[in-house]
Each structure stands twice: as structure tokens, then as C-alpha cells.
Design a protein around this ligand. Structure first.
Ligand code: ZN
Ligand code: ZN
Length: 423
């Protein structure tokens, strides 16, 4: 009897593995936590239970010394070459924009600058205080800009959005995004062509024209006038990255389900032909982005549990990506990071520690990169890996230090799926 028979009749078939990626999981010892990392400081009995009955190691998502972006790391962990992906295409596809070959897709951030003349970037995310309603209103105004080519700007979550220019472009152009603010001389820059091709110059001209007009529209927009009155940063500039004109060629994972809710993750999962289980991201109604983050974190854990319960007899593997844990690293909030990890432990991993053993489901828990709070950005530090396979219990705690000593030793992102035999 072949495996599909069992799947169809739900007799003996059961999921074999679950991969959980906690975004930005890895960290460094932090003074605010008595020189512990958030994962060390966190009370995580359920993760520790899984670690005790499994193996640990540490992973360079791409390669030692390389600082990964989330999309690059995930693309690599699923065994793809980096060049086979572009952020813009993943974001736009995840945002539900239909793309055809030659459409130029970019990931966008609402940001704050002092003025176009002075050109100083004050915040890369407009203070993380942009509400869903404000983003929608600003996007509407942006979509009225007149350019020589058709385009669409779609706001997604918080300060994020996707921008697509229709038809016949080159994607060999630079970002105008800055990945880290130094605190001085953080100047805006225009996109530049990365080759001598006429079309790259043409593409850059259109994109830069959009950027200039976007500033004019946004800076004086009533939404931003009101934000200034309230002492908030105006969302008056757009930062772009990850230009792409082709749907990325990714490996297919048709026997996987994916719980994804960030556009880039939805896009990645769809293009990898996983079955996507998503939920509507809670609207940011108030100024406090952390209230919004905790709400979505709770929802993500709940939806993950429900999806596994309902579908463990229909798919071989599950991929769950929890985004929120990355944000406190960027904001240097170690207590918030610790609290988020504890929440995931108490909900999702509390469920998995009971659900997985009796069904012989293996579990991998890791991060897509480190986001050390004290650096406020991603770093090249390896991430801890936990591989639960119901082995003989040994006393261990899941954290960076213990993982370094683990018997799985050093792993490269590219080899993870094979190493744990999730294939
Ligand atoms: Zn990430
Ligand atoms: Zn990040």
C-alpha cells in the first residue's frame, strides 16, 4: 500500500517533522540580564524538555562572517542558492500582488527624514508608530502619483509595504535602504544602476522619480501633519530594497504546510509550493507597537497549534516562522525578547511537548539569524539549533551556550533540512 493511500484514509499517516524558526533568536550576553542572553534568562521548561530528549548544535544560516537578512536565511535553510531569490518578489507575492515577468518588485519601508534638501534619515521605520489606518491613507495618496509607468504601492504590516512597477524593467539596481543608522551622517541615497545596461539606468530613473514625488506627497500629507502635532515622526520617505523582476526559482516543498503571516514568509512559502495557513495580522490601532506585537505573537502561536492539530495527518512536515522575536533585538529590549520567548514556550512548545512524542514527530527549533539586543541589528553570530527526536533524556537547557557544546556541532543553513532528514 503506498503512502498516499494512508494519507487519504487518515489511517496510520502522521506528520514526521516540524521546523520552528524563531526570528532573530540568537543573542549575546546582555548587561540588563546579568550578562545572560534573553534565551538563557528565559524560563523555558518546554523547550528544555525537547532539548533534553534531543540533540543541539549551532548554525550559520548562510556562512560564517555573513550577516543574513531574514529572507536570505530562510531561502538558504530550505536548500536554495541565494541568487535564486529576491526580497521584493517574495514581499509583493506575499502581499497578494499578481506579478508577471519584468515587473519590478521592491520591499518598502515608511521612514522619516528631516527634509529632502538636508537628506538626513531620522528613523528607518517612522518610529514604529504608524497605524494600519495611517499607512492605508498614505498608500492611497502614493498610488495617485503620476509617473511614465504604471505602479502599485501596497502597505502590509506596520511600517512595511511592497512596491511594484509594471513591465519590462531591470532589477540590477541598488537599494536606497539603510540597514543600520550610525546616529550621524545617515543620509538618504538614490538608487543606482549596477551595470551599464540602458534599461538599468531607465529603471533607476523611474524609481528615483517615484522617491522624490513620494516625499512631496507624504511630507505635507494631513496624516503626517497630525503626527507632527502629536510629537510623532512623520512617515515622509520611502526606503526600498531587494529589487526583483523574476519570480524566484525555489525548490518545491509540496508535502509541507506553512504557518506564515508576514508577507515575505507567505511569498516564500507560496513560491516553494507549501500549503500556506495564514491569519489576518492584527491592525495596529495604537501607538505602542509592542502591544500590536504581543497580540500578533499570541495569535501566531494559537494558529500554529490549531493548524498542526487539524492537519498533522495530511502533511509530512510543517514550517512555522514566528516573526515577533526579532523586533526587541532591533530595539535593544532584552526583557521584551525574553518575555516573548517565554510566551512561545508556554503556548506552542507546551503543546508540542505533549503532542509530538506519542506521534513520533521530530521537531527542529532554531533562528534565521542572531539579532543581539545590544547591537540593535542582525549579526553574524551563529544561532542555536535544537533537534528533538525523542532520544534518551539528558539534562540540558536550550540556549546559545549549551548549543555550542551540542553533538550536532556546526551546521550550515543550507544543510539543516538534510541533516535532520526532513526530506
Ligand atoms: Zn529574521
Ligand atoms: Zn530583523
Amino acid at each position: 500500500m503506498n503512502i498516499n493511500f494512508y494519507k487519504e484514509y487518515n489511517i496510520y499517516f502522521c506528520m514526521k517533522g516540524i521546523l520552528v524558526i524563531l526570528d532573530g533568536l540568537g543573542d549575546l550576553p546582555n548587561k540588563q540580564l546579568n550578562d545572560e542572553t534573553p534565551l538563557e534568562a528565559a524560563n523555558t521548561p518546554n523547550l528544555d524538555f525537547l532539548a533534553n530528549r534531543g540533540e543541539m548544535g549551532y548554525m550559520y544560516p548562510i556562512k560564517p562572517g555573513y550577516i543574513p537578512q531574514s529572507d536570505e536565511a530562510v531561502v538558504s535553510i530550505f536548500g536554495n542558492d541565494l541568487i535564486s531569490s529576491t526580497r521584493g518578489q517574495l514581499e509583493a507575492s506575499g502581499a497578494g500582488i499578481k506579478l508577471i515577468r519584468g515587473d519590478l518588485a521592491l520591499r518598502a519601508n515608511f521612514a522619516t527624514i528631516d527634509s529632502l534638501e538636508k537628506g538626513n534619515i531620522l528613523d528607518r521605520r517612522a518610529g514604529r508608530t504608524l497605524t494600519t489606518k495611517e499607512a492605508k491613507t498614505l498608500a492611497k495618496a502614493l498610488n495617485k502619483i503620476k509617473l511614465a509607468r504604471e505602479f502599485i504601492f501596497k502597505p502590509t504590516i506596520q511600517h512595511r509595504g511592497a512596491l511594484v512597477f509594471r513591465g519590462g524593467f531591470s532589477d540590477n539596481i541598488s537599494d536606497n535602504h539603510v540597514y543600520f543608522l550610525k546616529g550621524q551622517d545617515d543620509k538618504i541615497k538614490l538608487c543606482k544602476p549596477l551595470d551599464d545596461d540602458e534599461n538599468s539606468q531607465y529603471s533607476v530613473n523611474i524609481v528615483n522619480e517615484f522617491l522624490e514625488k513620494a516625499y512631496e506627497v507624504l511630507d505635507k500629507h494631513p496624516v503626517n501633519e497630525k503626527r507632527r502635532e502629536k510629537g510623532l515622526m512623520p512617515a515622509n520617505y520611502i526606503l526600498l530594497r531587494g529589487a526583483g523582476i523574476e519570480i524566484p526559482k525555489l525548490k518545491f516543498y509540496r508535502n509541507w504546510l506553512s504557518v506564515a503571516y508576514m508577507p515575505v514568509e507567505i511569498g516564500f512559502s507560496k513560491i516553494s509550493e507549501m500549503k500556506v495557513f495564514s491569519f489576518k495580522y492584527p491592525k495596529q490601532k495604537k501607538l505602542d507597537v509592542y502591544e500590536n506585537l504581543y497580540k500578533s505573537l499570541k495569535k501566531a502561536c494559537k494558529v500554529s497549534i490549531k493548524t498542526i492539530k487539524r492537519n498533522h495527518k495530511k502533511f509530512d512536515y510543517a514550517y512555522i516562522h514566528i516573526k515577533e522575536t526579532d523586533v526587541p533585538g532591533h530595539d535593544n529590549k532584552p526583557f521584551e525578547k525574553k518575555e516573548m520567548l517565554e510566551h512561545v514556550d508556554q503556548t506552542l512548545f507546551n503543546f508540542l511537548r505533549k503532542f509530538a512524542p506519542q506521534r513520533k514527530i521530530n521537531i527542529v527549533v532554531t533562528g534565521d539569524h542572531s539579532t543581539p539586543c545590544k547591537l540593535k541589528s542582525h549579526s553574524a553570530d551563529p544561532v542555536p539549533v535544537l533537534f528533538y527526536n525523542d532520544s534518551v533524556p539528558k539534562e540540558k537547557k536550550f540556549n546559545e551556550k549549551e548549543a555550542r557544546k551540542g553533538i550536532l556541532r556546526k551546521i550550515f543553513g543550507h544543510d539543516l533540512i538534510k541533516k535532520v532528514e526532513f526530506v
